[in-house]
Design a protein around this ligand. Structure first.
Ligand code: TRP
Length: 73
């Protein structure tokens, strides 16, 4: 699938230095991208042919089609 038709998810940083880490799809699960967000910055992203999982490190609000998740302190 060249262009992803997946829903977007939104991550809003509640502090400086929040990391949004993309993990690869397939048998080899590894970090392939790390994006640093400062307080108030928003990242809008999708799961793609390259990205099957996302790890969020730091205080943030994450909005997905499954609901809104607020990371703990
Ligand atoms: N090049 C990555 C991809 O197409 C970009 C990306 C999409 C990404 N979604 C992400 C990076 C989520 C980090 C987190 O898969």
């Amino acid at each position: 699938m060249a262009v992803s038709s997946q829903d977007f998810f939104v991550i809003k940083a509640k502090e400086n230095g929040v990391n949004v880490i993309g993990l690869t799809r397939g048998t080899d699960t590894r970090f392939h991208h790390s994006e640093k967000l400062d307080k108030g910055e928003v990242m809008i992203a999708q799961f793609t042919e390259h990205t099957s999982a996302v790890k969020v490190r730091g205080k943030a609000v994450i909005q997905t089609s499954h609901g809104i998740i607020d990371t703990e302190d």
